[in-house]
Design a protein around this ligand. Structure first.
Ligand SMILES: Cc1cc2nc3c(=O)[nH]c(=O)nc-3n(C[C@H](O)[C@H](O)[C@H](O)COP(=O)(O)OP(=O)(O)OC[C@H]3O[C@@H](n4cnc5c(N)ncnc54)[C@H](O)[C@@H]3O)c2cc1C
Length: 384
């Protein structure tokens, strides 16, 4: 039986554990956090991400968490509505082979499926790794050592596996910060369940309010010194960047203040590497290619990457050959998504009021019946 050690129990790590386990690998996942990390904002799985979820057998589990389609209300700084994007527009643009869930629901579904196939050890990380032609030896922070055929670094954008095996200098930091956290109470002021989005110069605040366990908030903004803002923590930093807004924002920030423990709060960085593997060590997901939230496909790429990695390892007994072939197949899509993310920054954090107005026009355009089909075909082409 082939053995793999996977570092990180996020989307990429759990998907790899599931896929390799389904193919008969003996798999150990080590996760630095003391327990599961089931928070995060929206994930749209379509195109290759949906196909990977289908092949991994995740769709029935995901369907119980699916958010369906909902109305999005674009609001002014004081919370008054500017215009509404009806739910049937979202339905028409996403198409039938798509599922929308919170990242936490995707993590939960993966965890439930992967734990039958893998040992998952929390509160544990990698200390060092060395390899020869036949195996890789991994020293872990709990004092144990593992010998494996394959080491998968799926430990996210700040990957310790990447630093240990490939060195540093692959992270490209952008001047933005992102925060996302679950909402425990309503912020919709009695209106129908919906998404409420404010997009202004250099920042976006978005809240999905679909009822208990189906509500979450997301904030991103441009800032000169993300490291300093991260040091302040989400309550202070998001309060300073969004405290002037009205509508549901004060309520969401108050809920964050009451329990900041589930918040995801990080700088925005891409990871750009000339090669994702070295011998028997491979990086997967954000650790290898973080595209950022601005691309909107980080989770889908992590799922598709894990599924395709399993397929390549099935085709080739020789691990370095499998890894090289896998990377050749996936890299063009990652390069394309990273380029799209750089354009996406203009949408989530428009540099000026002019850019905000251009965004508005683009969003309003997709609500026009004649243009929906066009937008949908564009999305289908982009996700083929
Ligand atoms: C709690 C959480 C919430 C998120 N919310 C959002 C969001 O709202 N919007 C968005 O765009 N992106 C979000 N992300 C990032 C998003 O999940 C990824 O961009 C994408 O899904 C790719 O997944 P990944 O598995 O490569 O990385 P991640 O999902 O980031 O998972 C990496 C995992 O590795 C673990 N880890 C890190 N370092 C080590 C180490 N040294 N040893 C062992 N384990 C380690 C982390 O704790 C984490 O569980 C979130 C990530 C997390 C962890």
């Amino acid at each position: 039986m082939r053995r793999a050690v996977i570092v990180g129990a996020g989307i990429a790590g759990l998907a790899a554990a599931l896929r390799l386990g389904q193919d008969g690998w003996h798999t150990l996942v080590v996760e630095r956090a003391p327990s599961r990390r089931s928070s995060g904002y929206l994930v749209n799985l379509l195109g290759p991400g949906y196909a990977a979820a289908e092949r991994l057998g995740l769709l029935p589990g995901l369907s119980t968490h699916a958010l369906g389609v909902f109305t999005t209300v674009l609001v002014r700084a004081d919370g008054r509505p500017r215009f509404t994007v009806p739910s049937d527009v979202a339905e028409a643009t996403l198409g039938p082979r798509a599922v929308t869930v919170f990242r936490g629901a995707l993590e939960s579904t993966l965890y439930q499926a992967a734990r039958d196939h893998a040992e998952i050890r929390f509160g544990t990380t990698i200390e060092s790794a060395d390899q020869d032609a036949d195996r890789v030896r991994v020293a872990l922070s709990d004092g144990t050592a593992e010998h494996a055929d394959l080491l998968v670094g799926a430990d996210g954008v700040h990957s310790a596996t990447r630093t240990a095996v490939f060195g540093s200098g692959f992270r490209v930091d952008h001047p933005y910060v992102v925060g996302a956290f679950p909402l425990t109470g309503s912020v919709a002021n009695g209106s129908e369940p919906s998404a409420i989005t404010f997009i202004g110069p250099r920042r976006t605040a978005a809240m999905i309010d679909l009822g208990p366990h189906r509500s979450s908030a997301f904030f991103t903004y441009r800032c000169a010194d993300p490291v300093a803002d991260l040091r302040r923590g989400p309550v202070d930093a998001l309060g300073a960047a969004f405290g002037d807004l009205g509508g549901g924002v004060p309520d969401a920030l108050r809920q964050l203040g009451e329990d900041p423990s589930g918040a995801y709060f990080d700088a925005v960085s891409q990871v750009v590497m000339p090669q994702w593997s070295s011998g028997r060590v491979v990086l997967l997901g954000d650790a290898a290619w973080c595209v950022t939230l601005f691309a909107g496909h980080g989770a889908a790429l992590a799922l598709a990457g894990a599924d395709q990695l399993g397929a390549a390892l099935r085709r080739h007994d020789d691990i370095p050959t499998a890894l090289t072939e896998w990377e050749r197949g996936l890299r063009p899509e990652v390069t394309r998504r990273q380029a799209l993310a750089r354009r996406g920054m203009l949408q989530y954090a428009p540099p000026s009021r002019f850019h905000v107005r251009m965004n508005d026009l683009a969003i309003r355009a997709i609500t026009l019946p004649g243009l929906r089909g066009l937008v949908r075909r564009g999305i289908e082409r982009a996700n083929r």
